[in-house]
Design a protein around this ligand. Sequence first.
Ligand SMILES: NC(=O)c1ccc[n+]([C@@H]2O[C@H](COP(=O)([O-])OP(=O)(O)OC[C@H]3O[C@@H](n4cnc5c(N)ncnc54)[C@H](OP(=O)(O)O)[C@@H]3O)[C@@H](O)[C@H]2O)c1
Length: 275
Amino acid sequence: MKNSRITFIGCGNMGRSLIGGLIANGLPENSITGTDINAEQRQTTASQYNIEMLEDNQQAIKDVDVVVLAVKPQSMEDTLKPIKETLSQKKPLLISVAAGIKLSDLGRWAGEDLAIVRVMPNTPALIQAGATALYANKNTSSAQCDLAETIMRSVGLALWLDDETLMDTVTALSGSGPAYYFLIMEVMEKAALQLGLPQEQARILTLQTAFGAAKMALESSHDAESLRKQVTSPGGTTEQALKVLIDGGIEDLFRDALKAAQKRSAELAEEFGNS
Ligand SMILES: NC(=O)c1ccc[n+]([C@@H]2O[C@H](COP(=O)([O-])OP(=O)(O)OC[C@H]3O[C@@H](n4cnc5c(N)ncnc54)[C@H](OP(=O)(O)O)[C@@H]3O)[C@@H](O)[C@H]2O)c1
């Protein structure tokens, strides 16, 4: 990756977090450029990182190996169509972080013979603790796949999918997932408050417990079910709480929640693709 030149079209939250991750992982700042139609975003990015910010997408894509597309899904078609000809001549690797935009639509707007990798990161990428799934089209070489994976690994975990349609499930799981954990933290904190703990103590104990459980699960060779059983003594307090959650239908609730998110992701893909 060290010798690759990368430009970011769209330097909002996701574009900037990827730029930050790449620089933190040793990519020289002079290998990175960015563009944004929003002058404020250009200024914010330039003041945060010592990279060249451009106004013109044509100029930005002229001499690079990788173009990261980090605009909103609804802006993708309008972003790609004006640069289609230059992309077809220069043939950089395209990486799209846009939720829901399918490879077939990206190819139609950018050029059918281009190497394109579609990725689905999540918000913890902002603090380099993201989880990203990747899927490449058939024009992408294995070196380009490695490059895309290295770029996404600079902001956290990165894994490849075997089937593009699984992107909707990934969106429902890890894409939307941080919000599910925020909700669980929110309701645990509220419950502790109602049971008498002061707010700040309820907050910090909730957060550290979430962090500790995630760290333990990541570092353990056991699956979540085994870990749960290990910390649930027969006749103990945890057993009582888990019985309430399980009898209350937590498994069905999560299955229905993920199904609803997966369905919405597929709907959005259709909507943006046909726009
Ligand atoms: N943020 C996340 O956690 C997250 C997670 C997963 C995936 N994503 C994906 O990442 C992408 C970017 O999200 P974001 O949250 O970073 O959005 P954002 O903060 O709105 O950043 C996108 C930037 O691109 C600019 N832009 C629009 N059209 C452009 C063009 N033709 N050329 C150059 N710049 C252009 C926008 O300007 P204007 O505002 O003036 O339009 C905006 O400043 C989205 O497709 C989203 O689905 C984000």
